[in-house]
Design a protein around this ligand. Sequence first.
Ligand code: 5GP
Ligand code: ZN
Length: 114
Amino acid sequence: MTDCIFCRIVAGEIPAKRILETENVVAFHDLNPAAPQHALVIPRRHIATLDAATEDDRGLLGDLMLAGAEVARMLGCAEKGYRTVMNCNEDGGQSVYHIHLHVLGGRSLSWPPG
Ligand code: 5GP
Ligand code: ZN
């Protein structure tokens, strides 16, 4: 059994409030939301970090972005606006090492991030 929590969510071994599922990606609500709407979009296939992605992952990364936009529409925050973020490694604030696109919306978001 893998010890990657997001692989286990993909496999259905850990429950998650799923929003969208496609052939290549799964989207679900973040357990500790940082905004009124906070979803995560992940590839079914394990990739640890954006830095570990390769040319072979080009299409999959596009799938993640397009699924993020679809999720924002589904959550009702597309028109007012939202943010997509992918944290990478320690300084980027990554805590789960299976890439995931954060989709944050439902309030005005400040910039730059801390
Ligand atoms: P990171 O810090 O790696 O960019 O983001 C990881 C995100 O995953 C955090 O926002 C955290 O709340 C979320 N998270 C961690 N464990 C779980 C879990 O078991 N289920 C869900 N739905 N979200 C999780
Ligand atoms: Zn994984």
